[in-house]
Design a protein around this ligand. Structure first.
Ligand code: PLP
Length: 435
């Protein structure tokens, strides 16, 4: 049943648990974006999740648009995924030795993702991105990289430079502890600004190993690239002997079956993945051109390893998730419900007199309280984040769980039904009027 009816939000247990958590865990959480720093109030402590819904420890039910920050694309606690997980648990969760499931998932990734000829599995998106960075440097024998303001590529030192959502939400411009000389090798440009990239290449001739970007940004709010920008990056990196890496940790298998690179028809040299390919288990991956991937140990000299990498539990969840996504109509469903959601939110906002803009591609979406369009992080920062905070709180009280930051994308799943979307839009209409 759709549940976005007004519920008096009793959060007593959540508050008690969070109070204790703050004495045990820094800030009471194990990942900063889970804290409600930028929207006010305290985080809701979850008890369980199923399909498109989550339940908190006080018994409140929410329609969920966070989806565990992306992995839950086939719906939370999907029965089919659970079945393979249970079976695998009986056979063992970690071998520390090769298993056939690694080949199965690798073949699925190679078949689907245009740039990937070989793949290495790791255990998180952060690990995938930091490994690909080392690989870009090893292959090109150059040290500098270009990233874009507001893009997040995990928390490796080199990437904590103008790094988007989590960092911005906390108001930390860069993290202390990142060595200045490491940060200095990370050059930054404005997203969708090809000229800025060309200038960086010109000013650092023969020194840039590669360019990494989110091919659709989810960590500065939801921001889409222009086709010319992606095409231009492909051309300039090729001309300069540098590598192009699409960080598809968020967009991978979400934007389309073959990731954002298939959707836009631009093939990078390397790709990082995570979230969806783990089907809710901790997985990351990086892959790409065979000649580059053959640098990775033990095939080549670039060292990278992992105790739990390619473990059979994570592989089986990933395989089942990609299998479900390959069924006819999956991406059509994501596009249909997500577009309906965004259209409804924008209309509710405009009818209530707010400046609001937003869009979606497949099951990834976002909106900003400003006239828009928003093409880069600087423009996202100019939106009304205080209003977003009030909207977030209001929606929570209506039984809708949105990401607790303006600078995060939203996610739908195959389990989101039209009635959930309609209920969400009705809730938004009420909340937009009182913010
Ligand atoms: N890259 C992108 C685009 C991401 O969105 C994220 C996480 O949100 C990461 C990398 C890091 O992944 P993880 O949190 O699994 O380390």
């Amino acid at each position: 049943q759709a549940v976005a009816t007004v519920q008096k939000l009793n959060t007593k247990r959540s508050e008690e648990i969070f109070k204790e958590a703050q004495t045990l865990l820094p800030g009471g959480v194990n990942s900063p974006v889970r804290a409600f720093k930028s929207v006010g109030g305290q985080p809701i402590i979850f008890d369980r999740v199923k399909d498109a819904y989550c339940w908190d420890v006080d018994g409140n039910k929410y329609i969920d648009y966070v989806g565990s920050w992306g992995p839950a694309i086939v719906g939370h606690a999907n029965d089919e995924v659970n079945t393979v997980l249970k079976a695998q648990i009986e056979k063992g969760t970690s071998f520390g030795a090769p298993c056939e499931l690694e080949n199965v998932l690798a073949k699925m990734v190679i078949e689907r993702v245009p740039s990937v000829e070989m793949v290495r599995f790791v255990s998180s998106g952060t690990e995938a991105c930091l490994s690909v960075l080392r690989l870009m440097r090893a292959f090109t024998k150059r040290e500098k990289i270009i990233k874009f303001v507001g893009c997040y590529h995990g928390h490796a030192d080199s990437f904590l430079v103008k790094a988007g959502s989590g960092v911005i939400t906390l108001g930390l411009p860069d993290s202390p502890g990142v060595p200045a000389n490491v940060a200095a090798a990370t050059l930054t440009a404005t997203y969708n600004d090809l000229e800025a990239v060309k200038e960086l290449f010109a000013a650092n001739k023969g020194e840039i190993a590669g360019v990494i970007l989110e091919p659709v940004v989810g960590n500065a709010g939801f921001i889409t690239p222009t086709k010319e920008f992606l095409q231009g990056l492909r051309e300039v990196t090729q001309a300069e002997g540098a590598l192009l890496c699409f960080d598809e940790v968020m967009t991978g298998f979400r934007i389309s079956k073959g990731c954002a690179q298939e959707y836009f028809g631009i093939i990078p040299d390397l790709t990082t993945m995570g979230k969806v390919i783990g089907g809710g288990m901790p997985v990351g991956a990086y892959g790409g051109r065979k000649d580059v991937m053959m640098m990775v140990a033990p095939a080549g000299p670039m060292y990278q390893a992992g105790t739990l990498s390619g473990n059979p539990l994570a592989m089986s969840a990933g395989i089942k998730t990609l299998e479900i996504l390959a069924r006819p109509g999956a991406y059509e469903h994501l596009q249909k419900v997500t577009k309906m959601l965004v259209d409804g939110l924008l209309e509710a906002g405009r009818d209530a007199g707010h400046d609001i803009c937003g869009s979606n591609i497949s099951g990834m979406f976002g909106f900003f309280f400003c006239k828009g369009p928003v093409n880069n992080f600087e423009e996202a920062l100019a939106s009304d984040t205080a209003k977003f905070g009030r909207f977030h709180r209001g929606m929570l009280e209506e039984g809708v769980y949105l990401a607790p930051s303006q600078f995060e994308a939203g996610f739908t799943s195959l389990a989101h039904k039209e009635e959930d979307i309609k209920a969400t839009i009705e809730a938004a209409k009420r909340v937009m009027k009182r913010i």
